[in-house]
Design a protein around this ligand. Structure first.
Ligand code: GCW
Length: 678
């Protein structure tokens, strides 16, 4: 039988859009073999379509069968079957893989599992068809692996179409409505399935007037997008405004305990499910940065979240309620208010009061996606609440996709961290509500603006599947799929070069920007480039308190804001004293003199100078390494990255000179090595 639905890669659009981690070459091993696909259903059709396409490209063959037959000669059997001899149930998304007697068999109980099994075979390449392999069971550690798109339907006067977007316009919305040609969305879904993402929220958490209507009279457009993502096992979620009963329903209140309000949400949600039967649920940013919320009615955030959870419950939907609640109109003179404390202070007292289908979505750090933050103390402090950890793939504070900053090593550190100390549970295990990433993709031909930023999108999905995966191993996977080095003349040089530019890029970025965990120091508004005091006298609660004697925020219990006391004992003690606090977080937790000696043996001021010179030198090196790969990388991609390296280098020098000059002028302490400081 031929493919019922052509995979996205078949369409002409694919010529203009980068194939990212699914280039044709990645399908060679699979596509040159004989495959049998067993099972029925829409996603099995997708699987079959993928294999059929690959066989068309590489000369293999594929048949569909009702039942697997042992005597049918084949190299690969993709089998949707009820019976699984796996040690534990694999659920709808898991699969087993075994290779014996020259045949590789992928078995899944659910259609999604078969799809993930297929992409696993693609990842393995020739290795899937080599030596025998004992049966391996694969299943995602986290059931929900979601991308949040901060996309506006109508172009916003300040934020543009994609808030904090650095990859062109929206993948979903164009000219004020859902884009007519959904092929690009389908291709996106395919890429996401191949890295393990299973949910996408299609609009900005800041829900403006136009976007509010997606919930009601414009739900049909959301349904169109959902239809394009569904063949790849991706559920659609919608960001909604808490004020919807007022702004859409004409009610006089949005009070979560008001009966009319509850009835309104129940009815609106019923209509959503009539349009999208497998709708995932809502995402809500409430009482945050000007968005409406339950505080206006004297109600708690549990009341707010439960209102929506109850409306979604009959249909199996989930509300993702964000914990990013803080005072963004703070008085900078007030040293007692600490934005870092806010999420814990608001939400921890509510532990145990959220419905089962309410997920509290917590940013990984207490502030806001800085290059270095401690892990949020909320994670670990709410055992009776389903928590999701939110990370930011879009590089708002990490170079805006003009700088290379591979974030998997940072995310991995977060996910492996143990709030109770060495023997406790890890963040990855505590994230029962899943992993959420703010997407870095847009309608740019390379998806992510900077071609190397694709690695962040890929690895975040893979970390959701396996939070304790080795982040460098995941970067290698991305390199292997995207660049298929095995097909080049100098595979070792290519891989070594890509590793050199990616592996340490996050640390490099940290070196030339805000030091020792102090954060921000960015230009206000757009957040690109340095401005040491840009937020120092602002209402946003992001300060460094540098003066002529020292720098940093005293967040100790003894003399500071008490934030360090929000951690469980082992960490509260570690962070409380500058003697035990890790160097990289010193200025997050302590205000210290410039002469304070770090564990590294350097003073704080000398550390600042040294790391800023080093950071720029590392960018210069990375740029050279990239230049040396010119003969091994497709010209257009090489050029785009090379151009961005010029900007990264300019930006890194700018950061170095701002920071070094600022601290030299404040402190009067010269650089021990006599380098040029302005
Ligand atoms: O980091 C900040 C961004 C805002 C964003 C907010 C949030 C969508 O600067 O643009 O708003 O976080 O996470 O809600």
């Amino acid at each position: 039988r031929s493919a019922r639905t052509a995979p996205a890669a078949l369409t002409p659009l694919a010529d203009h859009v980068d194939p990212a981690w699914l280039p044709s070459e990645a399908f060679r091993a699979l596509g040159s073999r004989r495959t049998v696909v067993c099972g029925t259903g829409a996603l099995v059709d997708t699987v079959h379509g993928e294999v059929a396409w690959a066989c068309g490209a590489f000369g293999g063959s594929v048949v569909r069968a009702e039942e697997p037959a042992d005597d049918r000669p084949c190299d690969l059997l993709l089998h949707l079957g009820e019976r699984l001899d796996a040690p534990e149930p694999l659920g709808d998304e898991g699969f087993t893989l075994v290779r014996r007697r020259g045949r590789t068999t992928v078995t899944a109980a659910g259609q999604r599992g078969l799809l993930y099994g297929l992409f696993h075979v693609v990842r393995l390449g020739e290795a899937a068809f080599g030596a025998s392999r004992a049966r391996e069971a694969h299943r995602p550690a986290l059931a929900s692996r979601m991308l949040d798109h901060w996309d506006n339907v109508a172009v916003h006067p300040v934020m543009g179409q994609v808030e904090r977007g650095y990859a062109g316009g929206s993948l979903f919305w164009r000219d004020g409505r859902a884009r007519g040609d959904l092929e690009r969305v389908r291709t996106y879904g395919r890429l996401l399935a191949a890295c393990g993402i299973n949910a996408v929220a299609v609009n900005n958490v800041n829900v403006h007037a136009t976007e509010a209507h997606l919930l009601t009279d414009r739900i049909g457009e959301v349904a169109e997008i959902a239809g394009a993502l569904r063949p790849y096992g991706i559920r659609t979620q919608l960001s909604v405004t808490f004020a919807a009963p007022l702004v859409l329903g004409g009610l006089a209140t949005a009070d979560p305990l008001d009966e009319a309000v509850r009835a309104w949400w129940a009815e609106a949600t019923g209509r959503v499910y009539a349009a999208i039967p497998d709708f995932g649920g809502y995402v809500v940013k409430a009482d945050s940065e000007g968005q409406p919320g339950p505080f206006a009615y004297g109600r708690s955030h549990a009341d707010g979240a439960n209102l929506l959870a109850d409306a979604l419950a009959p249909y199996g939907g989930t509300v993702h309620w964000r914990a990013f609640v803080y005072d963004h109109r703070q008085d900078w003179r007030d040293r007692s208010t600490d934005r870092a404390r806010a999420a814990y202070d608001h939400f921890v007292p509510l532990d145990g009061r959220f419905r089962d289908n309410a997920v509290l979505q917590v940013k990984h750090g207490p502030m806001d996606f800085q290059v270095r933050e401690p892990v949020s103390p909320v994670i670990g402090a709410m055992p009776r609440t389903r928590l999701a950890v939110e990370v930011q793939a879009t590089q708002e504070y990490t170079g805006q996709q003009r700088h290379v900053c591979a974030l998997a090593p940072m995310w991995s550190q977060v996910l492996r961290w143990r709030p109770e100390g060495a023997t406790g549970t890890s963040v990855g295990e505590l994230a029962r509500g899943g992993l959420v990433a703010v997407s870095n993709a847009g309608d740019d031909p390379y998806w992510t603006g900077h071609p190397l930023a694709q690695a962040n999108l890929y690895t975040v999905g893979r970390l959701g599947w396996q939070p304790d995966a080795d982040p460098f191993g995941l970067l290698d996977e991305w390199i292997d799929l995207t660049f298929t080095p095995a097909r080049t003349e100098a595979p070792e040089r290519l891989v070594a070069g890509l590793r050199a530019v990616l592996y340490r890029s996050w640390r490099t970025y940290e070196k030339y920007t805000a030091p020792l965990g102090v954060g921000f120091m960015v230009q206000p508004g757009h957040h690109y480039g340095p401005s040491v005091d840009g937020y120092e006298y602002s209402p946003w609660g992001t300060y460094h308190f540098a003066d002529r004697d020292g720098v940093g925020v005293d967040r100790t219990r003894a003399t500071g804001t008490g934030y360090a006391g929000q951690y469980a004992k082992p960490w509260a003690e570690v962070y409380e004293s500058p003697d035990t606090c890790p160097d990289e977080l010193l200025l997050f937790f302590h205000h210290v003199p410039y002469g304070h000696v770090l564990h590294s043996g350097r003073t704080v001021i000398q550390h600042i100078y040294d790391t800023h010179f080093e950071g720029v030198a590392e960018v210069e090196e990375a740029r050279q390494v990239w230049a040396s790969l010119v003969d091994l990388v497709e010209p257009a991609r090489h050029t785009r990255v090379a151009e961005r390296y010029e900007e990264q280098l300019r930006g890194a020098r700018e950061w170095r000179d701002h920071i070094n000059s600022y601290f030299f002028r404040k402190s009067g302490v010269p650089d021990a090595h006599g380098r040029r400081i302005h």
